[in-house]
Design a protein around this ligand. Structure first.
Ligand code: FES
Length: 98
């Protein structure tokens, strides 16, 4: 659905997304990296389980929440990629303290 105008070179930023190695472009947000690699649904809603994808890309809609390096409900559109980052999509509701 989404594709880059220019693919990142081998010197791109490497991160893990749901256990899969992914290369992002330096300066990408996590949301942009997810969309570029085919991960559209960042999370599912707590009530109906409906998938949600990044929408506003500017920190307003909260549809891009993911777990980053073990910390849940991080806004992927406001977080820059970093080498070694571990990103997990969120399924349903979060538990307190997780
Ligand atoms: S995409 Fe809307 S808050 Fe991140």
């Amino acid at each position: 659905m989404f594709r880059r105008l220019v693919e990142p070179d081998r010197a791109g930023v490497r991160l893990m997304v749901d256990g899969r190695a992914v290369t992002a472009a330096p300066g990408d947000s996590v949301a942009a990296a997810l969309l570029a690699t085919g991960v559209v649904a960042c999370r599912t809603t707590p009530v109906s389980g409906a998938p949600r994808a990044p929408y506003c890309m500017m920190g307003v809609c909260f549809d891009c929440l993911v777990t980053i390096d073990g910390v849940g409900s991080r806004q992927a559109c406001l977080t820059g990629v970093r080498d070694g980052m571990v990103v997990e999509t969120q399924q349903g509701k979060r538990e307190a303290g997780r």
